[in-house]
Design a protein around this ligand. Structure first.
Ligand code: ZN
Length: 177
C-alpha cells in the first residue's frame, strides 16, 4: 500500500550508496524494533556499528523501564559505551528505524557518533532534519552525517501498524514515542 502521501514513490527507495552490510544492519535494527513491539512499546530499534562490528543494540522501552530516556538510541549508546569502555564512540555509525528525537541527537553528538542512518523520517519530532536540524548545529560542536530512508517504508509501516492496532483497542497518544 502506498498510503496517502503524494506523489507516488518509486518502488526501490533505497539509495544506491547503501552497502549490503548497511542494509543487513538496518534489518537487524528492524528486528530490535519488533522486540519493543512485542513488549507493547512503540516499535523503534537501534544499533551501533564500529569497524564492522556491532557494539551496542537497543530498543524503545520507556514504559517498562520507567525511564523517559530509554529510547532505542540511548539504550544502544549505553551498551556501546560499556562495550568499548569509552563514552566517546568516534567513528561509529548508529542505525535506527526512526529519525532520532532532540534528546537522542544530543546524546549522539555527545558520543561523537560519526554517522546516523535512519529508516523512517519523523516529520513531527525528527531532529535530524525533519522538524529540526541538529546534525550540524553549531552549538553542539560536532557534526553528524545523516542519511535517512533506508528501509523507510518498512520502518514506517511498523509504527503505523502499531498505532493502528493500539487505536483499535485503546486510546494512545503518539507522544509516547
Ligand atoms: Zn529519542
Amino acid at each position: 500500500m502506498q498510503g496517502s502521501l503524494s506523489p507516488p514513490k518509486p518502488k526501490n527507495k533505497i539509495p544506491m550508496f547503501h552497502t549490503e552490510t548497511e542494509m543487513a544492519l538496518m534489518q537487524r535494527a528492524i528486528e530490535l524494533a519488533l522486540k519493543a513491539q512485542a513488549a507493547g512499546e512503540v516499535p523503534v530499534g537501534a544499533l551501533i556499528a564500529l569497524n564492522g562490528e556491532v557494539i551496542g543494540e537497543g530498543w524503545n522501552r520507556p514504559i517498562l523501564a520507567h525511564d523517559p530516556t530509554a529510547h532505542a538510541e540511548i539504550e544502544a549508546l549505553r551498551e556501546a559505551g560499556r562495550q568499548v569502555q569509552n563514552y566517546r564512540l568516534v567513528g561509529a555509525t548508529l542505525f535506527v528505524t526512526l529519525e532520532p528525537c532532540v534528546m537522542c541527537m544530543g546524546a549522539i553528538s555527545h558520543a561523537r557518533i560519526q554517522r546516523v542512518i535512519y529508516g523512517a523520517p519523523d516529520p513531527k519530532r525528527g531532529a535530524a532534519g525533519s522538524a529540526l536540524q541538529l546534525a550540524d548545529a553549531d552549538f553542539l560542536n560536532h557534526r553528524v552525517e545523516v542519511t535517512g530512508g533506508l528501509y523507510g517504508e518498512a520502518c514506517s509501516n511498523l509504527l503505523l501498524d502499531f498505532f493502528r492496532a493500539r487505536r483499535s483497542t485503546s486510546s494512545v497518544r503518539s507522544s509516547e514515542i
